[in-house]
Design a binder for this molecule. Structure first.
Ligand code: SAM
Ligand code: SF4
Length: 324
């Protein structure tokens, strides 16, 4: 439990700050600030942190980044995590450009759930947003659906004037494939041109847009993963859509259940708060699990009540290092 009585049992792990795409809202143009490989935690170090977290009662883990599938030892990491007592869920967040080949090996290794970023279906808009090729993503999604994960979800970050016309096609795509779609408000996570109030598109507006075409039925009990989305089913299309109103939902942080491990080995108790606690130094200095446990617990105790996004929050680290 954290200082505010919330049960924190979910650790998101950024296994790399590198990525093969360049999303407008995530990666500043020309970003070259890759950390050196030696800065990244090794597979062994990540596994040691997972052991500590699982001993403390963490049950849900997610590998993210950056793009986790650019890391060559991802399958090794997943296999080792699966062996750890207490690890119940191993999620993966990916842009899916490499999922076509990797979905089945990841499933076989022990990944239980996959979140795919898909901000547009139109190839031109998709390329504008990410720099990548949407057909690779669609192929990855198809293979992932067939690979037998417990859950595959789609994530779309809403940007006015960039992909708002893609919302409805994405809803239809999600319905057709039976996949939950989550619409996410733009958060000030990295310094990029798209992060302006002008581009901000609140989830409330997305709801109104969908209501013009279908009836939204609240699903307050929908347990689809462990995230903060509020779900609605669409009566005619059958789609299940989750809204992540990180900025406009004033109760957003009340149900928070997670902390993050950055790709350079810091515990980040809150995505929208600069506080971090260094674990890497201890990981490299000692094999004493008790010391790691103490550091981990001190991070947990320092978890703030809520994020600072509405307080003119100025990001100082790229989202890719922190882990989405
Ligand atoms: N590369 C993987 C991917 O794209 O899914 C995993 C890492 S990415 C940083 C994780 C999630 O963070 C994605 O769903 C992405 O859309 C989201 N994200 C990144 N920057 C964001 C921002 N500024 N506001 C809201 N969501 C953001
Ligand atoms: Fe890469 Fe994911 Fe960030 Fe896009 S959102 S730049 S795919 S890490």
């Amino acid at each position: 439990m954290d200082s505010f009585g919330r049960k924190i049992d979910y650790l998101r792990i950024s296994i790399t700050d590198r990525c093969n795409e360049r999303c407008l809202y995530c990666m500043p143009e020309g970003y070259k600030g890759w950390e050196q490989t030696r800065d990244h935690l090794t597979a062994d170090e990540i596994i040691r942190v997972v052991h500590v977290a699982a001993d403390l009662g963490f049950r849900k883990f997610r590998l993210t980044g950056g793009e986790p599938l650019v890391r060559g030892d991802i399958l090794e990491i997943v296999r080792a995590m699966k062996q750890i007592s207490g690890v119940e869920v191993i999620g993966l967040s990916t842009n899916a450009t490499r999922l076509e080949k990797l979905a089945q090996p990841l499933r076989n290794a022990g990944v239980t759930a996959v979140n795919v970023s898909l901000d547009a279906l139109d190839p031109v808009i998709y390329k504008r947003v990410t720099g990548g090729e949407v057909h690779q993503v669609i192929a990855g999604i198809r293979v992932a659906v067939a690979a037998g994960f417990e859950r595959v979800k789609l994530n779309c970050v809403l940007m006015r004037g960039v992909n708002e016309q893609e919302i409805w096609p994405l809803v239809l795509f999600a319905a057709e494939h039976g996949l939950p779609l989550r619409l996410i408000e733009l958060m000030p996570l990295t310094r990029t041109d798209v992060l302006t109030e002008k581009n901000f598109y609140p989830v409330g507006e997305a709801m109104k847009l969908l209501q013009q075409r279908d009836e939204l039925i609240p699903q307050p009990d929908a347990k689809i993963g462990h995230g903060p989305a509020k779900y609605y089913s669409l009566k005619q299309t059958g789609a299940l859509v989750g809204f992540i109103g990180a900025l406009t939902n004033l109760h957003f942080c009340e149900g928070c259940n997670k902390m993050r491990l950055t790709s350079d080995g810091k515990i980040r108790p809150c995505l929208g708060d600069h506080g971090e606690v260094d674990l890497r130094t201890a990981l490299r200095e000692t094999t004493d699990a008790e010391r790691l446990r103490e550091i981990f617990l001190s991070a947990l105790r320092s978890k703030p009540l809520e994020h600072q996004f509405r307080e003119n929050y100025q990001p100082t680290r790229p989202m890719t290092a922190i882990g989405g």
